[in-house]
Design a protein around this ligand. Sequence first.
Ligand code: FA5
Length: 345
Amino acid sequence: MSEAVLDKLDSLLDEAKSKITKAQDEKELEEVRHQILGKKGELTALLRNLGSIPQDKRPAVGKKANEIKLQIEQVLDDRLQKLSQSSLEIRLQNERIDYSLPGESLPSGRLHPISEVLREVKDIFRGMGFEVARGPEIETDYYNFEALNIPPDHPAREMWDSLYLDEKTLLRTHTSPVQIRVMEKRKPPLRVISAGKCYRRDAVDATHCFQFHQVEGFMVDEEVSFADLKGVLSTFARLVFGQDRQVKFVPSYFPFTEPSVEVYIDCFNCAQSSTGKCSLCGGEKWIEVLGAGMIHPFVLRVVDYPAHYSGFAFGVGIERIALLKYGINDIRLFYENDERFLRQF
Ligand code: FA5
């Protein structure tokens, strides 16, 4: 009887070894463990029958059964270790990150083209030694007009269709009031620019908005001449538009400068117009980008500057610069917030 049990234990060990080796993953191995060592497992059943073996043989059979159990457990543990090692390797292989794949780029915002041009224009003037000042968008009639030699009822007020908040305050129509605000506080020599929004009751068309940006600039010192004005503004035009664009200075009128000029850049759109009348410049072939001139003695007197000082000033329209720089034929495109348009810059 005990011989038969001992044989069975041996063959159980062989079978167990072969089943364990065949198990392909941790789940299958667990099933094998259950089949042999579980509550209803084959070895458990054999051990349960030890009672039927004659008492004198029982210790030898019991010892053998325990050895076999330990061996099976050992083989199970070894196999488990192997399987989990290889499943880790498989996972590492499958889940490997390929660093050479192009990444997913997150959508990122960018500067509005008008902000880009504003920055570029400011940088150019900074490069020529101008410092940057700021002024309010809500302005008094005094700074926007009177101190600039435009008294109430002066016909020149018609040059600026204004948006008044009350009798004495308005949304500034240009950045020129900043000239007065800076000169009131400081003495020459001065080389200052100021950038910001302006507002006018202008009819909106391809080159006009009711809200737009200007960069004002002025220089005051002894012996500043019209040649300085031309030199600074020609350099500016060349740096923004390159050597190939044509620049023209045309005599003009502003109450706060004398003499005054307007600066025009040749229209890029005319060549593309099939009707003969360009929709951008109205057939003029030139687009006005800025007004300028030698600061009027009236203005220098308003800020109490001694008579031996002279200076020039200019006001650049940033949207117009952007139109010409990027070859865009309608200013309204900048403010429609159409991402397909804005993303191109
Ligand atoms: C002025 O505003 C003067 N303050 C400029 C100046 C400053 C002259 C210092 C002399 C000395 P003007 O109204 O021409 O000038 O406007 C200047 C520029 O602003 C124009 O050349 C144009 O580029 C731009 N601009 C004027 N009106 C509009 C508008 N409605 N929409 C877009 N840009 C405009």
